[in-house]
Write a protein that binds this ligand. Structure first.
Ligand code: GLY
Length: 377
């Protein structure tokens, strides 16, 4: 059995055991080796849904489908109640739940739910500044003019909504936001700001900053990973070569800075000491993003060997040094994720999005089962 197959088998077994352990709630990050369970009220619930759908696609085991369908029901109720949807992460939430069900089963109600979610996301568009506001209510003094790199992974819901409906507003908003992110969040040396501020009235660019990174001018590794994957997906939908180039450059920046064991620290600019935290989730997201990026490069591409090697090294280290293979009762798949090191929130734990992207990358590399960011042909 190959290393990837072994890792997939372990992930499927743990995900199945977790259905019972989680009892209809949603894992977020861990504390003392156990997942903190939420009802459907944060930005992370879609990842559990996505893991269930991935496992169902791989195994055809009805237990996964049943649990996944229940999560979609929960997302339906959340949308109906408009509960905790006042942020841009609607894309993460509904791409991996309702949109996943549509992609797998062609369920029209799931499609309708994902389209309604796209409409909720569109309410984050701020026409004066021409961006999607990440966090907080409109006009919020701190966050009203703020975009963040993570949003690149929310845009696929809007691109998909355009493909499904022909309504060009979804596309225009997504493309304008992607262009703005490329211009202001990605620096000239291919590193990235986590966040950027604009004047809410005039749209004038103000300054870059961070929320979870080491400092304003540093490069938070998870943010860089969101960019690698997100720009590659913007390229998939638009075929704008600038997006592909941005994904490629961000990937090179990421891989050129891999530490000795090939899994990144939480920020590329944090001083490295024996205590410095890793973020295994950043390496998992980057790996899934590299698979997407590589799918757009031709066989002779000058970067292909470098990117493939970086992908292989990252995934090998995740499986061998960070996974919970050998701990059959563990809830998480990857150890040493860092939600917010400076904020003191889960700085060395399981993160459900780390588990999701790790499984997505494994299943796509080994079985050709992609995630739920775009329609399959
Ligand atoms: N999107 C939030 C985070 O990566 O922590």
């Amino acid at each position: 059995m190959s290393l990837w197959q072994k890792a997939i088998e372990d992930a499927v077994q743990k995900t199945k055991a977790n259905i019972g352990k989680f009892g209809g709630l949603f894992p977020h990050v861990s504390e003392n080796g156990k997942y903190i369970l939420n009802d459907n009220c944060d930005w992370t619930e879609g990842f559990w849904s996505g893991m269930l759908w991935l496992c169902y696609e791989h195994t055809k085991d009805e237990a996964f489908r049943e649990a996944a369908v229940q999560t979609v029901e929960s997302f339906k109720k959340r949308l109906e109640a408009h509960r905790v949807l006042d942020h841009h992460d609607i894309g993460f939430l509904y791409s991996l739940s309702a949109k996943a069900q549509w992609i797998i089963e062609r369920d029209p109600a799931a499609k309708q739910l994902a389209l309604e979610a796209a409409d909720v996301m569109m309410r984050r568009w701020r026409p004066k500044g021409r961006y999607i506001q990440a966090w907080g209510p409109e006009g919020d003094p701190e966050n009203g003019g703020r975009i963040i790199i993570d949003c690149m992974m929310n845009l696929p819901l809007l691109y998909w909504a355009y493909d499904q409906t022909g309504n060009k507003e979804y596309l225009d908003v997504a493309v304008t936001h992607a262009d703005k992110s490329r211009r202001f969040l990605v620096r000239g040396d291919d590193s990235s700001y986590h966040t950027f501020y604009f004047d809410q009235e005039t749209g004038e660019s103000l300054r870059g900053g961070t929320h979870q990174g080491y400092r304003d001018a540093s490069t938070w590794t998870r943010g860089q990973a969101w960019g690698i994957y997100g720009f590659a997906l913007s390229y998939r939908y638009t075929k704008n070569p600038l997006y592909l180039e941005t994904s490629r450059r961000m990937a090179r920046y990421f891989l050129e800075r891999l530490p000795e064991d090939d899994v990144v620290y939480w920020d590329f600019d944090a001083p490295v000491t024996p205590e410095t935290k890793r973020d295994s989730s950043a390496s998992a997201i980057a790996s899934a993003g590299l698979v997407e990026l590589l799918s757009h490069l031709n066989a002779e591409d000058a970067d292909r060997a470098f990117l493939e090697d970086g992908l292989h090294r990252s995934m090998k280290s995740l499986v061998e040094n960070y996974s919970t293979i050998g701990q059959p009762d563990a809830e998480g798949l990857l150890e040493h994720g860092s939600y917010s090191v400076r904020g003191g929130s889960a700085p060395d734990d399981y993160m459900i999005w780390g588990d999701y992207y790790y499984l997505e990358a494994l299943l796509r590399m080994e079985k050709g089962i992609a995630g739920y960011w775009y329609e399959r042909s």
